[in-house]
Design a protein around this ligand. Sequence first.
Ligand code: FES
Length: 106
Amino acid sequence: MTPAVTLIFRKTDGAEIAVSAVPGQSVMEAAVMSAVPGIEGECGGCLSCATCHVFAPEGLTSPTDDNEDAMLDATEAPRGPNSRLSCQIVVGPEMDGQVFLIPGHT
Ligand code: FES
């Protein structure tokens, strides 16, 4: 069995929420399963809602493809240089301890 990793979600007030994630699931799935505020994942990860917007850590800041890139222009909080849709980020073992910022949520 693949060991779980811990992802950190940081709110704009600096408060952090540590979430256990399994490699192979998406960052959005891990956040939603742990009820992280500000990450809704309304469409279930099919790239049609942009309610899973995060500011991603270094190394994870490039959109997966043109579809994600286009949807990032429809996020509620303004897009930043490290904006990603967390449903398009697959958790890997190397992501243990990575910090994701939740845009516009305190
Ligand atoms: S969950 Fe809807 S676009 Fe990511």
